[in-house]
Structure formats: C-alpha cells, structure tokens
Design a protein around this ligand. Structure first.
Ligand code: GDD
Length: 323
C-alpha cells in the first residue's frame, strides 16, 4: 500500500516537529517547508531526531512560486498549514510582515492547494488569539464567540480562518480550521511566557541568575501540551466532514499562577525574583482565554493527556537536564 503523504508548512516550529514525529509513527511520508536562515543549524534544529526521515523543501509563505513548486512536486494527500509569525507581541513591531505571512500566506497556499491537489485535505492553524477580549457569559470562548482580535497577529489569523472557511464552501474543498488555544512544550521558543518562566526559574535555582523580568502577570491563558494538540490536528483533518473545532483544556490560569507553580516546584518564592518590565507589555492585551473543547471531545473523541501541572513538570524536567 502506498504511504499517505503529508506536507507541513512551518515544519521547523514546535508543532511542526511534534506533528512530523506523530505522522511518521503513523507511517506517513512527511514533507515540510523550511525558510532559508543565515544560521543553517537553526532551520531544522527541532527536527534533529527525525531529520533523516523527513524531506524538507525551501519555500516561504509569501513566495507564491515556491509554494506552487513544492505542492506540485510533493502532491500531498494532507496539507498542514502551520507556518506563521507566531509571536503576538512581536506582531505589533512587524505588522506588515505578520499580515503577509499569517493572512496572505494562507491565501497563497490555498490557491496552490485548489489548483494543484484539490482532492487533498487541508488543515489551518487558527488561533484563540482571534477572539481577542470576547468571552461568553459563562466565561468561555466557543465556536460562536465573536472574533474581535486585539493584535496584528489576531487580525491576520481571522482573515486566514475566514479564507479557509470560504474556500471550503466556494470550491468544495476538504479545508478545516483548528482553533487552538495556547500550547507549549520543552520545544517552545524562549520568548513565550511558559518557556521564559520555566527556564529562568531553573537557572535561578542553579544560581545562574537571580531575576525574571515579565510583562502583564494578570492575563489568563488556557495552556495545553503541543503533543496533545498535534494529535487533534490529525483527527480534525481526518474527520469525514471538513469542519471547525476548538482545541483547549477548558482550564484557565494566570501568568502569576504559572510563576507560583513553577517556582514553588523548585522550592523558590517567585515574589523574591520576578520584576515587571513595561518592555514586555503589549499595546493592547488579550486578558482572558478559556476554551470550550466539547465538540472535539464529543465528535473526535479527542482528550488531552497533559494537565497544566504535568505540562509544566515536563518543561521543568527538560530544562533541569540543560543546566
Ligand atoms: N511572551 C511573553 N513574555 N509574554 C508575557 C510576558 C513576557 O515576558 N510577561 C507576561 N506575558 C503575558 C502576555 O502578555 C500574554 O498575556 C501571556 O503572557 C502569554 O503570552 P505568550 O506566551 O507570548 O503567548 P500568547 O498568548 O501571546 O500567544 C500564543 O498563544 C496563541 C493562542 O492563543 C502564541 O503561541 C500564538 O502563536 C498562539 O496563536
């Protein structure tokens, strides 16, 4: 039997690396698009263990000929569009680039998909950042919650989300949206809050530093583990009907809760080490996220294996091996 072929944009990111491992275990042929970086080692540093089993192709979400070439060469059965400028605060500094990559990039890959492999299945990495500060009366965000984004990143993701939905309806494509709430892991980039807190707390414990500078400690997020969330991506794409799903834990914690848990796990008091620096504040903040994953649970039978605590334990263990 011929293997199923997957093409992952953003394969070198946290989710791309876990998804490629997951699909390789399911006996897929895995292809991914990577951007050229001047430090070549950084292009695929998260793919070290699986590199030899993955075929990578140079491309960029804003370079239409590169997307057309890769989709034509690979002829994928499934496309996972994970490529994005993924840092919300940085999107305020580079709004144009963010819109080009996270919104126009979706249009570019959708066009390549529609014209070259319209029978393939398509997954779009949509984000809880699209909700902005909309919350339903019962304190959750669900598929019907209005999207009122509060960052260039969120605005771009809303356009990408709508394009995918529109292409599904207009052209009968199997194009799906997963609205994923925050998801982390030991492979999380160093400037996202979970990794920053865990890594710095471990360094403080080891006597390597004494301070942790943060921005807003009162914002709340629904944090899950990337490994659980890439499983959901595969389930969403392989559901009979192309559709939209929220992937979240249904639990919310503040940045302060995060600090409290991580520091006390290391027998430290976060209040003695954390200082606020306005440099890490955002011009407009998304204050509160708590997703309702009931549709994914009922229809896809998706269940997360990690909790907020076990996710952070996994990250702490990882960083302890690095000091
Ligand atoms: N990054 C960062 N650094 N965030 C900080 C800091 C800091 O020093 N101090 C406080 N925070 C707060 C942010 O203001 C935000 O409220 C929260 O911590 C989480 O920030 P991030 O970890 O940067 O994640 P995010 O919620 O902005 O975005 C992530 O989740 C989205 C899904 O909702 C990213 O993964 C996005 O790509 C993703 O779409």
């Amino acid at each position: 039997m011929t293997k199923k072929r997957a093409l992952i944009t953003g394969i070198s990111g946290q989710d791309g690396s876990y998804l490629s491992e997951y699909l390789l275990d399911l006996d897929y042929e895995v292809h991914g698009i990577i951007r050229r970086l001047s430090v070549a080692e950084n292009q695929d540093s998260r793919l070290k263990e699986t590199c030899s089993n993955i075929e990578t192709h140079y491309g960029d979400m804003s370079d239409i000929p590169s997307l057309t070439r890769v989709v034509s060469e690979v002829k994928p059965d499934e496309i996972y569009n994970l490529a994005a400028m993924s840092h919300v605060r940085i999107s305020f500094d580079i709004p144009h680039y963010t819109i080009q990559t996270n919104a126009m990039g979706v249009l570019n890959i959708l066009e390549a998909y529609r014209n070259i492999v319209p029978k393939a299945k398509f997954y779009q990495a949509s984000s809880s950042e699209m909700f902005g500060n909309s919350v339903d009366e019962d304190g959750v965000q669900r598929l019907t919650t209005p999207m009122t984004p509060v960052s260039p990143y969120g605005c771009a993701k809303v356009l990408g989300f709508n394009l995918v939905r529109h292409y599904r309806h207009a052209y009968g494509l199997h194009a799906c949206n997963g609205i994923l709430f925050n998801h982390e892991s030991p492979r999380r980039g160093a400037n996202f809050v979970t990794n920053k807190v865990v890594k710095t707390a471990v360094h403080i414990k080891a006597g390597l530093t004494d301070k942790l500078e943060l921005g807003n400690m009162d914002s709340k997020r629904d944090w899950g583990h990337s490994k659980d969330y890439v499983r959901a991506m595969h389930m969403i794409v392989n559901h009979d009907v192309p559709d939209e799903f929220i992937v979240a834990t249904g639990q919310t914690n503040s940045v302060r809760d995060l600090c409290e848990y991580v520091f006390s796990k290391l027998d430290l008091d976060y209040k003695e080490h954390v200082v606020q620096n306005s440099k890490f504040m955002r011009p407009e903040e998304l204050n509160y996220l708590k997703g309702d994953p009931s549709k994914a649970r009922e229809v896809l039978k998706w269940e997360p294996e990690y909790t907020f605590e076990t996710l952070l334990d996994d990250m702490i263990e990882y960083w302890q091996t690095k000091v």
